[in-house]
Design a protein around this ligand. Structure first.
Ligand SMILES: Cc1cc2nc3c(=O)[nH]c(=O)nc-3n(C[C@H](O)[C@H](O)[C@H](O)COP(=O)(O)O)c2cc1C
Length: 174
């Protein structure tokens, strides 16, 4: 099983939660079958190398999109990545089966508590918030994995964050 972790954080130098998750994933090497990429660092001008990203997808079985939740969605580069990389004739349409059968997992950190994403009085569950990704996975005939979600990402104690990072590492090795 080869896993590709695509991390989308616009200011990794100021990140605590995603930096901790990425640091847990990074030591996992090609021997473990895990490749980690800091997409904002790779594309500071926002110009994505579409062919390079497509080749990486093609050579991995599981894709993880890791990002901090921003306005019930992801930082803008992930949307740009979807719009550019998931091309007609590659990801969908005639001959477009590149994602077919691949497993896709969202790993996100949310500032809000778990209850904010559970209680219908508050608007939407986390599953509902993540539905654009689930729909993308469905449309491209990939397989939707249970999302890895860290709640209260700004208030977590060092200990709880370390535990989340350990859980993330385990999820990536599974
Ligand atoms: C522009 C912006 C929008 C945000 N929107 C949300 C949101 O919709 N829901 C939420 O739970 N947290 C939201 N947050 C909090 C972030 O999810 C939180 O800062 C992030 O998970 C912390 O991760 P980091 O330490 O890697 O930066 C937002 C933060 C920013 C800066």
């Amino acid at each position: 099983m080869k896993t590709l972790v695509l991390v989308f954080h616009p200011d990794m130098a100021k990140s605590r939660a995603n930096a901790a998750l990425m640091a847990a994933a990074r030591p996992l090497s090609e021997d473990d079958g895990v490749t980690v990429r800091d997409e904002y660092a790779l594309y500071p001008d926002g110009k994505i190398d579409v062919k390079a990203e497509q080749r990486l997808i093609e050579t991995h079985d599981r894709i993880v999109f890791q990002f901090p939740m921003y306005w019930y969605s992801a930082p803008a580069l992930l949307k740009e990545w979807e719009d550019k990389v998931l091309e007609f004739g590659w990801a969908y349409g005639p001959g477009g089966e590149a994602l077919k059968g691949k497993s896709i997992m969202v790993a996100t950190t949310a500032g809000g508590p778990r209850t904010e994403y559970r209680d219908e009085d508050n608007g939407a569950t986390m599953d509902e918030v993540l539905s654009p990704y689930r729909m993308m996975v469905r449309y491209t005939h990939a397989v939707w994995l249970k999302p890895f979600v860290v709640f209260e990402s700004m208030e977590l104690s060092d200990e709880s964050l370390a535990e989340a990072a350990r859980d993330y590492r385990q999820a990536l090795l599974r």
